[in-house]
Design a protein around this ligand. Sequence first.
Ligand code: ADP
Ligand code: ZN
Length: 530
Amino acid sequence: VPAAPAAAEAGDALPVLRRVFGYDAFRGEQQQIIDHVVSGGDALVLMPTGGGKSLCYQIPALVRAGVGVVISPLIALMQDQVDALRALGVRAGFLNSTQDFDERRLVEAEFLAGELDLLYLAPERLQSEATLSLLDRGEISLFAIDEAHCVASWGHDFRPDYLTLSALHERWPKVPRIALTATATRATHAEIASRLKLEDARHFVASFDRPNIQYRIAPKDDPKKQLLHLLRTEHAGDAGIVYCLSRASVEKTAEFLVRNGIDALPYHAGLDARTRAANQSRFLREDGLVVVATIAFGMGIDKPDVRFVAHLDLPKSVEGYYQETGRAGRDGQPSTAWLAYGLQDVVQQRKMIETSEGDEAHRRRLSSHLDAMLALCETVDCRRVRLLAYFGQQGDACGNCDTCLSPPESWDGTVAGQKLLSTVVRLKRERNQKFGAGQIIDILLGKKTAKVIQFDHDALSVFGIGTELREAEWRGVVRQLLAQGLLAVEGEYGTLVLTDASGEVLRGQRKVMLRREPERPTRAAKEAKS
Ligand code: ADP
Ligand code: ZN
């Protein structure tokens, strides 16, 4: 154990928890983590959102002599975090780019005079020699590296500034470090440990299970109406977050909800800072508000009674999905994580990856994140089991997710897959023209649409060979073939193309198992329409 700069006692933690924070007992492994850091040890903490990570560094900072330096990328939240701590009588301050010279000077003076318990720093501050030498001149009790997954290039939230954090250890080898994150697949976990030089630290890995969250993933039909139905039937008057991919759909969805009598507020990076701050603080303070937002919303939002998180568009990764849904039910009460997902999501996201900046390796990474998300959507197993498995943890079927509650049947979709893939081949071979899923499905169903007639597609041998399935079922087939890598989309118009694996299906060398679509459009969509 490295020498602790002061004679801090692990036993001091519980009185601090009670006196300062007003809680009776530690949760989970908080006590062990705090004791370890108080006695000067390094720690890497993986704990789900809402697990109580903050106390794991705040209490050691109060118990040990000196100032606890907290590195956090959440600049927008620093003021709130510091205000909340000050309200508890904790001497906290922050340094980031939003402050003017005088504000910074004041905080620096407090730091040097030992008048702070906690100092929050944006990571880019550590790039400046001025900040480093400031830290040299004060007494540091510990370094806390919050949102530590930002150091992992494999993760979904990489920040180059975080790479410099390994230097903390070289410059201040005796100061204990605690890195914390709510995101940790095996790969991210390993990368955090090696990049932050925390291989020898003690690793505390909490269970990622959130038993009070009910996970549900529904086929997307008319998402706004499906959402409205969910809110009216299950979450009337509840606080919740609705995530959309684009600013435009945030606006439209919020308006739609308001028109339908739901207290909804938009939140996205295109709104001016004042509106954003106002909407966020109303959401935190008032009861029963719904925020419709892009993923810009929610990092670090600590509202215990969020009863539902709804996604109207497919998240880009399982990590993102897990973090966003994790904002529901921090108080432990039953909550819903609901996602509507459709073929168009896959087409759109593949397109975004194809046109994204960055090198080939980067695109491959994005692609594999999307694949994992699709696999979660299309699973016939318990969602929770799949989710935990993604984070390298085991669990039993939960009995409380949509697949547990109404197990989807799977069916042998080999012939359907062959029909669909043959149609794709036909179109390419005959005319070398490029068509998306809509046209292919119209051909399979034998629909004489204007576009079918225009291209003489009713003369193809595959015209009308797929009438045994409904249109929604064909869309399901396309989606699942995409998810399984047996089909791909390309270019601006979402042209369907074969993959290397498609041949195995066409030649009958590979069986295709598919998840059955519900008999009718979801009840939600039907009632909302009528
Ligand atoms: P995380 O950073 O892991 O998402 P927080 O540190 O924000 O979680 O804690 C989530 C909530 O749980 C906060 O409201 C916090 O005050 C509360 N909390 C943390 N530890 C305890 C505890 N031991 N007893 C009661 N409440 C706690
Ligand atoms: Zn389940």
